[in-house]
Unconditional design. Structure first.
Lengths: 113, 115
């Protein structure tokens, strides 16, 4: 069991730049989730996939955010024209099925200067 | 809208001093309540899932219980290595009884255990 992996672990960028994060779920898991966590808060849901289909997006998610899971395996989360308010830990989780336990990766910490 | 509130926000204990963390929730239909542990700079680590009122689960010094409105995480004789943030989350089910999938988290309880 290799667990959920995320890359990069840390990213520093300047305001207005685009950034892309990658998540590799546990190999047989067909559900993949993205969450965002700011300091002192619990993770907040962003979006999730079942295989390659994106089934739900949070209404709090700006149009600058886009996520893909092209072959139902790894996923990418892109943030365009980053803002200082985007600074957070971005967490990926996967589960074997809709009702399954979600296992989290180590996260990507983003700092927008 | 699903809501989860955890208390206290922070808890300081002496090694061996047992205590409880609270998680109050409102959800349209509960599919499951989850407890996670999170160490600084890391992703949440799964601890327990509880599905129905009256259910209890144990792991080492931790025991989680569930009622229709809240869950408790009991810590018996804690050690310094139990220091972490403990997160509670709910997963709702829709009217058909199938899961929506996403988790709604509380803000967490920061536990510090002093030797």
């Amino acid at each position: 069991d290799t667990g959920v992996s995320q890359d990069p672990r840390h990213k520093i960028t300047k305001r207005g730049q685009n950034v892309t994060f990658r998540c590799d779920p546990i190999s047989e898991h067909n559900r993949l989730y993205w969450y965002r966590q700011t300091l002192g808060q619990g993770p907040e849901f962003l979006t999730y996939f079942q295989n390659e289909a994106q089934l739900e997006k949070s209404r709090l998610l700006s149009d600058r955010f886009s996520a893909e899971r092209p072959k139902g395996s790894f996923s990418t989360l892109e943030i365009q024209r980053t803002e200082q308010g985007d600074s957070a830990m971005y967490l990926c989780a996967s589960s074997l099925e809709a009702a399954g336990t979600q296992y989290f990766g180590p996260g990507t910490r983003l700092l927008v200067l | 809208e699903d809501q989860v509130t955890q208390s206290p926000e922070a808890l300081r204990l002496q090694e061996g001093e047992s205590s409880s963390l609270n998680c109050s929730y409102t959800v349209s239909g509960l599919r499951g309540l989850f407890w996670y542990r999170q160490d600084p700079g890391k992703g949440p680590e799964f601890l327990f899932t509880l599905y129905s009122a009256g259910e209890e689960k144990e792991k080492e010094r931790l025991k989680a219980t569930l009622t229709k409105k809240e869950s408790f995480l009991h810590i018996t004789a804690p050690k310094p290595e139990d220091s972490a943030t403990y997160l509670c989350a709910v997963q709702a089910s829709n009217a058909g009884g199938t899961s929506y999938g996403k988790l709604t988290f509380g803000q967490g309880t920061i536990l510090t255990v002093h030797p």
